[in-house]
Design a protein around this ligand. Sequence first.
Ligand code: BGC
Length: 525
Amino acid sequence: MAQVPAWLTRTVMYEIYPQSFADSDGDGIGDLRGITQRLDYLAWLGIDSIWLNPCFASPMRDAGYDVSDYLSIAPRYGTNEDLSALVEQAGGRGIRVLLDLVAGHTSDQHPWFLAARDDPSDDRYIFASQESSPGDLWVASPGRRPGWYLPNFFAFQPALNFGYARMNPAEPWRQPVDAPGPRTNRAALAQIMAHWLDLGVAGFRVDLASTLVKDDPGWHETARLWRELRGWLDRAYPDAVLMSEWDSPGVAVPAGFHADFYLAIGPEHGSLLNNGAGLGVPGGQPAEPCYFSSEGTGSVEAFLTAWRRDAAAAGDAGLIALFSSDHDFSRPACGERTADQLGPVFAFLLTWPTLPGIHCGDEIGMRFLPDLPDVEGSQIWPGWNRAGSRTPMQWDDSPGAGFSAAAAARLYLPIDPDPGRPTIAAQRADEASLLHQVRQLIELRKAVPALRTGGPVDVLNAGYPLVYTRGGTHLVVINPRLEAASFDLRWARPAGPLGPLAADGVSVDGAHVRAAGFSYGIFEL
Ligand code: BGC
C-alpha cells in the first residue's frame, strides 16, 4: 500500500453535521451553501479538512445514514453543483472536503432494494427465503419476494451483500465474497467513490467499515475487500484517503485504511472523556471515572495502553483519529464538565500524536443537550439519544443563533435555550475564550513539527497533571481536574521560569511544574 498522503499527517479536521451547521435558505435545516458561506471562519480557526456527514438523497430516517441515491446530494442540502462550489471554495482556502461513505447498507427505499425485495434472483442484499425468521434481527420482506432480509443497523437499513467469510449448510442464503452480488456491490463502492473524487473531494470517512463481510472472524475477508479498494484508490486517486469508523486501528490500518477513528466509548477510549452524563454507555455507566473530570479520580492509563498497542500495530501505514466528539457521542461539554474545563481537553487533542479533529461546536464548548426529541432516528434506544450532540451551531446571539432565519418551531433541532450559551461571535471577540485557545493550539501544532501527528511522545507522568514530551523538544502539561497539581521533572533545569508557547495556568520553574485547576501548558525545552 502506498504511503499516507502527507496532507493527512498534518491536518486538523473538522466534522460538519450538515443539517445543523448553517442554513442559507431559511428552511430551518443547514445546507451546503450555508457551509460555503462559513468557510472563512473555518480558515480563520486553522482547519484544513472537513468531514461532512452524509448529504446524499435519503428518506432521512437515520439522518442520512440511510442512503437512497449515493450519487445525488439531498435536495434539502442543495445540489451536486453546490457541493462542487463548496469543494472549490474550500480548496481556495486550503481546506479539503471529505464525504461519508455508507458502505454496508442502503435505505430500504434505495432502487437497488426496491428491485431486490420483489425479485428472488436479485443478490445485492442478504435475503433468506424460508418461511420462519432465521433470527431475531431479520426483517420480513416488504415486497413480493418471500422471506426475510438482514438489516445492518436500523431495520430500514438492509445490509448490502458483500458475502460471508464462511459457508454454513444450515444457512443456504450465504454467498462467498466473490459471488456475483458481492462483486457487484464491491464495484459499486468504487464507482460511488470515483463519482465524488472526480468532483474534487479528498476522501471518505467510511461508516461501519467493519461490517461488510458477514461471519468473518478476525475480519480477514473484510480486510481483503478494503485492501482491494485501497489498491484501486492508490492507483487511481493517490492523494485521496479512506478513514474508517472501526475503532480498532490495529485491524483497520492493515485492512487498508489511511486512518481509523477512535470512538468515545468502551473502557479504553471512553476513559478519556465519557463521564456517563450524556449518552451514557451501552450496558450501563462507565466502569471507571473518566480522566478529564473535575474530581480528578480518573486514570489515563487505559487510554495510553490502548494507544501504544494500536499505534504500534498501525506503524507507519496509517493513523489514529481522535476527535473531540462526534454526531453519535456526547460532546466534551456534558453534565458537570462545563465549557470552562475544556482548555486542557483541546490542549491534549492538539498535542497528542493522534490525528486531531473537532466536532462542530465543540471549539466553543457547545454543550450536549439532554432530553431532546427523537429526530430522524437520533434515539437508538431510551437513554441513547444522539440529538444532544446535533443541535444547531451557535454563531451569534440572534434568535436563530445565526444558524437559521426560520422560526424556532421549524429548526432541525432546538437551539440551546441557555441565555448564557456560548457563541462564535462572542468568543471571537474575546481573546481569552476557548475558541481563541483552540485556534492558538491549532496554530502551534502547525508551526511546530514536533507537536504533529505521528512522531514520538514520552509520558513522564500519567496521573494529574499529565506530563509528556514530544520529539524530546517540547513539554506538555495537562491538568483536567479542579484541584491544582504539581510534578518535578526528572532532569535538572536551570533555576528560573520557562516561557510557554501556549499556556493557561501552568508554570515551569527549574524542574518544578505547577498546574492550576483546569490548566495546560506547552513549552519548548
Ligand atoms: C453512524 C451513525 C449511524 C450508523 C448507521 C454509524 O456508525 O456514525 O450515525 O446511525 O452508523 O449507519
